[in-house]
Write a protein that binds this ligand. Structure first.
Ligand code: DAH
Length: 341
């Protein structure tokens, strides 16, 4: 019987060491030490032993039970702590890993440039005006002294909603709307940023693009005011050494008219592919407002003079950011847009 007890002991110890889960451990414990377990059933046979052996076997049985009970408890603790460690490892957070950044939207580069242009002029005392994108022929052409036979008036050059009504082809109609609203008040110093539409579509033209119109009316306004203002603008936009030049041109609503170039920001005026080796890049049309335009909209040209300009926003943005294809702005390529966040 003592031998049998030792066997049970050894067997139990081997199983306790080998078991891997608390659940299985419990089963083993019940099998060995439970009410119907091996120890209990063995000890039931004690009655058959000679009386002198009973205390010996009883003592050994108690010793083994205590020992096993301790072993079970120790192994249970061990397995529990291992399970805890495994669970912790699963939930382990590596605080040195880079975080997951949510995608955050931001303004479009053209919006940023329009804001930058606007802020420069706001700093010079201009205010901002807006006008409708759907215009009448009167505001878009007539009042700007653009003759009936002008090609821009043709269906194939402009987007007509119906006869007489079209998507504005430039921001210049805002000049007229402003004069009608304010005449004969002076001084007038406004800019009008916004979208304009033409039937063009290639690497340098988009059917929708942006302009910032400018209009200044007062007594004794001259071409030098225009040039000084635009020089200041160009230097704030492109740097303190930026040069501008006025090139004689023609617009029906200005006399004299000039196109304004800035020294090529890519090559610094040396001549390159972007400026077509000229060293200069055109960014706007401008001039002294034609007396007929002033008069028609309520300002006496004998008393007041005015200058106006219309700037190409995409042009400015391309130069500022070094972008060489206009379509980049409108293709919604997130890799390009993201650089401006
Ligand atoms: N409206 C002209 C265009 O879109 C640009 C322009 C030229 C605007 C001369 C002006 C100006 O205000 O005075 O081509």
């Amino acid at each position: 019987m003592q031998k049998k007890l030792r066997e049970i002991h050894n067997q139990a110890v081997a199983e306790i060491v080998a078991v891997q889960t608390e659940e299985d451990l419990k089963k083993i414990q019940i099998r060995f030490l439970g009410k119907k377990g091996e120890m209990t059933s063995l000890l039931r046979g004690m009655g058959q032993l000679p009386p002198e052996e009973r205390p010996l076997v009883g003592g050994l049985a108690n010793q083994i039970r205590d020992e096993l009970t301790n072993l079970f408890a120790a192994r249970e603790e061990e397995l529990r702590s291992k399970a805890r460690q495994r669970a912790m490892a699963k939930e382990h957070v590596d605080v040195t890993l880079p975080g997951k950044q949510p995608m955050i939207g931001h303004l479009h580069p053209l919006t940023l440039i329009m804001e930058e242009i606007s802020n420069i002029f706001l700093g010079m005392g201009f205010t901002i005006k807006e006008g409708p994108e759907i215009e009448t022929e009167y505001y878009n052409f007539e009042a700007l002294n653009i003759p009936r036979e002008h090609p821009a008036r043709e269906m194939q050059d402009s987007f007509y909603i119906r006869p007489e009504i079209l998507l504005r082809t430039h921001t210049s109609p805002v000049q007229i709307r402003t004069m009608e609203e304010l005449a004969p008040q002076v001084p007038v110093r406004i800019i009008a940023p916004g979208k304009v539409y033409r039937r063009d579509d290639d690497a340098t033209h988009s059917p929708m693009f942006h302009q910032v119109e400018g209009l200044v009316i007062d007594r004794d306004i001259s071409l030098s005011d225009l040039k000084g203002t635009l020089l200041l603008f160009a230097r704030q936009m492109f740097g303190p050494n930026q040069q501008v030049r006025l090139r004689p041109s023609f617009f029906p609503f200005t006399e004299p008219s000039a196109e304004v170039d800035i020294a090529c920001v890519i090559c610094g005026g040396q001549g390159c592919r972007v400026c077509k080796d000229s060293g200069w890049i055109e960014i706007l049309g401008s001039g002294m407002v034609h007396p007929r335009v002033l008069e028609l909209s309520g300002y006496d040209p004998e008393e007041y003079t005015a200058y106006a300009f219309g700037m190409g926003v995409e042009r400015v943005a391309m130069l500022k950011y070094g972008i060489d294809d206009l379509r980049m702005f409108f293709s919604n390529d997130i890799r390009m847009l993201r650089q401006f966040g």
